[in-house]
Design a protein around this ligand. Structure first.
Ligand code: SF4
Length: 303
């Protein structure tokens, strides 16, 4: 008997004994299950800025957990050994992860490295327990939620970093997905702490594509946008890395979008942001929630 998975925008209808497009969710006896539930090949303690989140508990560490799998198939994937194949990992329970974070005074747990949407059952049970114990939770995602996933995930996640990878054409040709569910996802998580990342591939991310993305982000009230340099990887390992010069040019264009805080990533460039109220320069990433000049509240979660 076929059965459907509602974990992401693809809504795969799966034959008995087969897997969905992510190779993570399986139809077993007419029920969709996660055979690798709780297997976590990637565990690390990271600075929260590495997610990247620059306006969420700055200067703190986060316990990062990553299971295998993804629902997109980006040719440039920087983590493809984890996202594009199923790796065996240590079996971690929600209790074990949460008690480790508490014992070591780590204020947050992040679900990251691959695509947590496809292992959201593990993420939701771990995040629920983490929040009950007073920890914060972070989801680093491509944002292609289904409506059902959004309803389940919103109550248990405090902060999101969402990749907005390119325009619709870019998603179709290079990610084998679609931009539309990502933009819907950004609307769905409005009200939570949200930062967005776009990885810039020189020669593909043109100034006009960045203008288009910037417009979509501004319309959705996004305040923090990370633009990071591409390094050759996976099926795009024969391209040149994006140059610092090109990233600087793209950042200049991104600044015309009206998104107030823009950060270079994988780069030696320094951020150059201003208080959206008094327009005086702000040392960024900021360490507190107020402009040192005019006292205006700065977007973020600071304590
Ligand atoms: S998580 Fe997404 S890609 Fe995977 S089976 Fe479910 S709907 Fe399909």
């Amino acid at each position: 008997m076929r059965a459907s998975c509602d974990f992401c925008f693809r809504k795969c209808s799966i034959e008995e004994g087969e897997y969905g497009q992510c190779h993570v969710r399986k139809n077993s006896g007419g029920k969709i299950v996660s055979p690798h539930y709780g297997e976590i090949p990637a565990i690390a303690l990271d600075p929260v800025e590495k997610k990247p989140l620059y306006h969420f508990l700055p200067g703190t560490k986060t316990l990062s957990l990553g299971a295998s799998g993804c629902n997109l198939f980006c040719d440039f994937c920087q983590n493809w050994t984890l996202s594009q194949r199923i790796s065996k990992g240590e079996h971690i329970s929600a209790e074990k992860a949460v008690s480790y974070a508490i014992r070591n005074r780590i204020p947050s747990i992040s679900f990251t490295y691959s695509e947590p949407l496809v292992w959201q059952d593990f993420m939701i049970s771990t995040a629920s327990m983490a929040r009950e114990k007073g920890l914060r939770t972070v989801m680093v995602s491509n944002g292609s939620f289904s409506d059902e996933a959004l309803k389940r995930i919103l109550p248990v996640i405090d902060a999101f970093n969402i990749d907005v990878k390119g325009d619709e054409d870019f998603y179709r040709k290079i990610c084998h997905g679609s931009l539309a569910p990502v933009l819907n996802g950004l609307e769905g998580i409005a009200g939570k702490h949200v930062e967005v990342t776009t990885m810039i591939i020189e020669g593909i991310h043109t100034p006009s594509m960045i203008e288009k993305i910037g417009k979509e982000l501004y319309q959705r009230g996004i305040s923090v946008w990370h633009l990071s340099r591409f390094y050759p990887n996976y099926k795009m390992n024969n391209r040149k890395p994006t140059s610092e010069l090109y990233l600087a040019k793209i950042i200049k264009i991104a600044k015309t979008s009206g998104v107030p805080f823009i950060y270079p990533g994988n780069s030696f460039l320094k951020a150059d942001n201003h208080c959206p109220h008094c327009m005086k320069p702000i040392y960024t990433p900021p360490l507190s929630g107020e402009c040192p000049n005019c006292g205006e509240r700065i977007y973020g979660v600071w304590t």
